[in-house]
Structures are given as structure tokens and as C-alpha cells.
Design a protein. Structure first.
Length: 313
């Protein structure tokens, strides 16, 4: 019985070569060279190893192999770029270091289009300069020596020590008065004593109201609660004010005893010294002598002035 003719197929040699070229031990080609591995195993008879390597370079790869090859190429490019940049920076730094030399610091300065001027810098030596050293003349000028000494005057002393303020008090007005009266001040007097001053608490228009008001106009403090006019001297002295029987300056409080020189027979009277004359006489300003809130003035002789009590500061 005759059988149908077999289909045309490749000869044994072609099949063997195809299998040997494109089939590995595991049934598929990988990232490793197909031809090179077969040649090494002796499975491709007569294939030159150099030709096998060439074929391996152009042999198709798997997708995984292609991705791995691309990543490897990217890493190589990154490393090469970093190395190139580092080399460039190092070269620039080295060039700048060589350029910055002493000769460059002493470079000639431009002076017009055709001429230049060289700046010479003299180095300071370890030895310190002395004021007694002789300096060389500058621009052809002869050097001159300066002699003399510092002093405050013929005797190097302050002639008028009294003109210097001692600033013994916080109040500027009081400081000046303290300086003027320093030799007459009571022992242990404190120019910064308590003042008892927290505002004018006296009835408007009365003599006490005006005395407080006028003192403040002159920059002097006054206790807000000295009481009736007759008690002002004692109240002030209790707080540390200087109190005596001599008019000394504008602003002193003059205290009348009850009935003295027309003062009220019970409450007494207070006024402000406005002038102390060379002969010892005084002039005062006062309120409520000629009417409530009416400010008036009077004068007293030196003998009369000695009979009153005065509050200073």
C-alpha cells in the first residue's frame, strides 16, 4: 500500500544547525550569548569564536535584557558626567590658585592709555613703631619734630571748683540750690527726702492753695497735706525739708504764725518769697488777703523778715 508523500521539510543538517543556533539547554535564548555558549560547548561545529561573538552582539535580546542594558548604560553615563564635572571644578580651582599670587596683588595700576604705575607695599616688621622715630620727608618736604605736653592749665587744677554742679538731688532745681547753700545745710540733710507731694489738695483760692501752686511753677515740691497754714513748718520738717528762720531764695515758703502781720488768729497764713534783696528785705506773693483767689504782693523789712519761718526744699 502506498502512502501519501510526506510534506517537504528541512533536512537533518538544517534542523540541527537551527536548533544549535537558537535553542539553549533550557529551550530559549537569554541575555547570554547564544552563539558563543554553543561554540564553547562544541555544539556548533566549525563556527569561528570571533564570528560567534559578532553574532552575539547583533542577536535579539529579551525585553528584560533590553531594560537591564538600558539601565546599565544610563548608570555609565551618569558616572561619566559626574567625573567630568568634578574634573572641571578641580581644574578651575587649581587655575585660580595659581593666578592669585603675590605678583597679582602687586599688579600695576592703570594710569592712562600708555603709562602704568606700580603699587609698592611695604611689609610691617615685627618691631613696633616708635613716636621718637624720624620719618622720611614726603614729596620733598622736610620732616619736623613736634614737642610739647598736655595740661589743663598752668597748675593742672580746676580754679573754680564751685562752678561744678554736685548733682546731689534728683530735682534739678533743688540740686542748684543745694550747691549754693552747701556750707549752710543742716548736718545729715538729705536732698532726696520724701516730699509728700501727690497733687494740690488744698481748697482753691486759699493761701495754702496758692503756695502749693506757685512752688510748682518754680519747680519745687510741696507736701499735699501739710494741714492749716500754721502747721506747715512742722509738717515740712517732719518729712525732711530744710526749715529755718532765714529767707534764702525765690520759692521759699514763708509761714506766718497765727495773728502775725495780719494773719488769721487761728489758721495762720502762708506765702511765697518772690525776691530776697541785698539788704535782707523780702517781697512775697500771697492769696486770699485781698479776697478769695486774689493774688497780691507785700514787702517786709529785713528785721521783719527774720521773724518768720521759711521752708526751703
Amino acid at each position: 500500500m502506498r502512502h501519501a508523500a510526506h510534506a517537504t521539510r528541512k533536512g537533518p543538517g538544517a534542523i540541527a544547525l537551527t536548533k544549535s543556533l537558537f535553542t539553549t539547554k533550557h529551550g530559549a535564548h537569554s541575555a547570554e550569548s547564544v552563539y558563543a555558549s554553543k561554540a564553547a560547548d562544541g555544539e556548533v561545529a566549525g563556527l569561528d569564536p570571533a564570528l560567534a561573538r559578532k553574532l552575539n552582539e547583533v542577536a535579539p535580546l529579551t525585553r528584560r535584557s533590553i531594560r537591564e542594558s538600558a539601565r546599565a548604560a544610563q548608570r555609565r553615563n551618569t558616572i561619566l558626567a559626574s567625573a567630568s564635572l568634578a574634573a572641571l571644578v578641580g581644574t578651575a580651582a587649581t587655575s585660580m590658585a595659581f593666578m592669585k599670587t603675590d605678583e597679582d596683588l602687586l599688579a600695576p595700576l592703570a594710569d592712562g592709555a600708555e603709562t602704568t604705575q606700580t603699587l609698592d607695599i611695604a611689609r610691617v616688621t615685627d618691631a613696633g613703631a616708635s613716636r621718637s622715630d624720624v620719618r622720611e620727608a614726603i614729596d620733598g618736604q622736610e620732616s619736623t619734630a613736634v614737642t610739647g605736653s598736655w595740661n589743663l592749665g598752668e597748675t593742672n587744677t580746676v580754679k573754680d571748683a564751685a562752678s561744678l554742679t554736685t548733682a546731689k538731688a534728683y530735682n534739678d532745681k533743688v540740686s542748684k540750690l543745694v550747691d549754693k547753700d552747701e556750707e549752710q545745710l543742716p548736718a545729715g540733710f538729705d536732698a532726696n527726702h520724701a516730699t509728700g507731694d501727690n497733687g494740690n489738695a488744698y481748697p482753691w483760692g486759699q493761701c495754702t492753695w496758692w503756695s502749693y501752686e506757685r512752688r510748682h511753677q518754680l519747680g519745687l515740691s510741696t507736701g499735699s497735706h501739710f494741714g492749716d497754714a500754721r502747721s506747715w513748718g512742722a509738717s515740712a520738717q517732719a518729712l525732711g525739708y530744710w526749715v529755718d528762720n532765714q529767707a534764702r531764695a525765690v520759692g521759699d515758703v514763708l509761714v506766718f504764725a497765727p495773728g502775725q502781720e495780719g494773719a488769721h488768729g487761728y489758721y495762720g497764713h502762708v506765702a511765697i518769697v518772690e525776691a530776697v534783696n541785698p539788704d535782707g528785705s523780702i517781697r512775697i506773693s500771697e492769696s486770699n488777703v485781698e479776697g478769695l483767689g486774689v493774688i497780691s504782693q507785700r514787702e517786709f523789712t529785713a528785721d521783719q523778715a527774720k521773724t518768720f519761718t521759711y521752708i526751703h526744699y
